[in-house]
Design a protein around this ligand. Sequence first.
Ligand code: GLU
Length: 309
Amino acid sequence: MKPHRNESGLQPVFRFAPSPNGELHLGHALSAIVGHDWARRTGGRFLVRIENIDQSRARPDFESSILDDLAWLGLKWEEPVLRQSEHFDVYRRAADQLAALGVLYPCFATRSEIAVGVAARVAAGRPEERDPDGAPLYPGLHKAMSGEEFARRIAAGERPAYRLDMERALAIADERLSGLQLTFHEISAGGAISRIVANPARWGDVVLVRKDTPTSYHLSVVVDDARQAVTHVTRGQDLYPATDLHRLLQVLLDLPEPVYHHHQLLLGPDGRKLAKSMGAPRLKDLRRAGVTPEEVRQMLGLQTAPRAE
Ligand code: GLU
């Protein structure tokens, strides 16, 4: 594993990266506290990053309420907080780097065209493959679009998304890894490290630059973890499969490899991820009901806050 080296040597760097599309729930508190406490215990740094690339859903009032909740929990992070919406140029450059490798292609396909393409693939006897988020794998429409067609559509005011050509991307990664397997390192709460073989192919030709915003979650998270020198990515298990893709992008963009810790998810009474389940208690409501930050930790099965160094 290529170690990170930042100005502080090998000091570990942790982050909590909420999307300000809503209020924080108990599940978010778990993610934030896991990263924060780990940083405290190891003399590391703790960052908060606002993942607000989705300008139609992200709201400044959610952002301030997230920061309020984190402060109420007793967490301390470094300023300034990085807001992804202020760095679209950086993600554009990363996309350009991928384009220069020949692993991005423009895709004008609409949702309904994609649905038709998927149905045609199934009708032709191909199995219905789905990505880890449950979406059907992209059927490859527009993959071989001519330059003239591209220019015609752009002139007509259409805007493309840009997808990863997974096959080419895997071939380049294979070459760069000299045939070694693409892997990531998962670290347990107790510090045991397992080497996991990544299988990014299961994502198919994912969108890396969306039509409505010049990046995507996958592209910006990888770019930011690297430029913020994050050494430990701590997040929920729902993002475990995304790590396969993140590792592939790190290899293509020549970025260092952090270690990953995917903590267990809190589930709601309906068995769904707490944040998505109906009755997920918002931190704000707990606070209003007189619950203390210490009690939140107890509800999460966490220990008392470690002392700051
Ligand atoms: N912004 C993502 C979310 O709120 C988390 C990204 C990550 O931790 O990698 O689900």
